[in-house]
Design a protein around this ligand. Sequence first.
Ligand SMILES: Nc1ncnc2c1ncn2[C@@H]1O[C@H](COP(=O)(O)OC(=O)[C@@H](N)Cc2c[nH]c3ccccc23)[C@@H](O)[C@H]1O
Length: 333
Amino acid sequence: MALHSIRKARGCWSFIRALHKGSAAAPAPQKDSKKRIFSGIQPTGILHLGNYLGAIENWVRLQDEYDSVLYSIVDLHSITVPQDPAVLRQSILDMTAVLLACGINPEKSILFQQSQAKTTKQKHDGTGGLLTYPVLQAADILLYKSTHVPVGEDQVQHMELVQDLAEGFNKKYGEFFPVPKSILTSMKKVKSLRDPSAKMSKSDPDKLATVRITDSPEEIVQKFRKAVTDFTSEVTYDPAGRAGVSNMVAVHAAVTGLSVEEVVRRSAGMDTAHYKLAVADAVIEKFAPIKREIEKLKLDKDHLEKVLQIGSAKAKELAYPVCQEVKKLVGFL
Ligand SMILES: Nc1ncnc2c1ncn2[C@@H]1O[C@H](COP(=O)(O)OC(=O)[C@@H](N)Cc2c[nH]c3ccccc23)[C@@H](O)[C@H]1O
């Protein structure tokens, strides 16, 4: 493996990053108190580069921009396929550790386990809905009268259903639910490293397609080295014509905090074989502190359980009055 070119690239990209970030502290953002952010992630499988760049990094940023923010580990959604109970239980705690290590801060957002924040009564009211994945997702979002939902592109169809359901309810019972909007980023669809026409996915049978947050540096280098590109050796950004290389450029820009143009400009003269190593190195560097934090957090199971308990209690408290108001509007109360 070209360790030495990795080191060289690491020095170069660290320098670029330092230049880009500057040293002055950013002013504290003004929070928007009328809006409510909600999003969710399944606990099964290991968080990958697509989840991280398409959603989680955005979740972390939004904690500072909004007053009311909820993030749910959607265990109810994960049982649409068979799950071993002991493995599922562990996956929920592992995902908690991963989200905290990525920067989700329980002081700024409510991090909770979906199944623990649904009240017993609600389960009876929603029997039909709970059986249908997109309807359950709509219930998640509307239960908190959420206004904005940060997600990747694959969730947009589900969001359209949520919007239809909110509008339908409002038409029948009067303006009640805000019609929630998706928040997408430029990384809304991180592509598979083996098939740049497909999204990177937890369940891809080709292990080289998906870069997981817990992969070793050697695994990350191997995956980028084997990434499907094309026969042109130059590094350019042309998502329609050169999907593979462009996906790497976009990932590179996202993990270094540079613009796509700047990444391309700085890669002039590098062929794609070497460029793959530079991107791998930037990803390794981005994930390294998160990986260390995950390992630390996983040792403290009590802390992880407590975070979820506190979060679930807070989420329940927000859901209860909405649920009561819906019942009144519908005529149950
Ligand atoms: N290759 C990719 N590129 C960019 N973004 C991606 C990529 N792969 C995944 N994502 C995003 O990661 C988040 C979590 O994915 P899940 O599959 O667990 O996400 C899911 O399975 C949801 N149905 C969970 C859910 C349940 N209830 C909700 C309410 C609001 C929002 C989300 C939910 C998502 O934002 C997803 O879009």
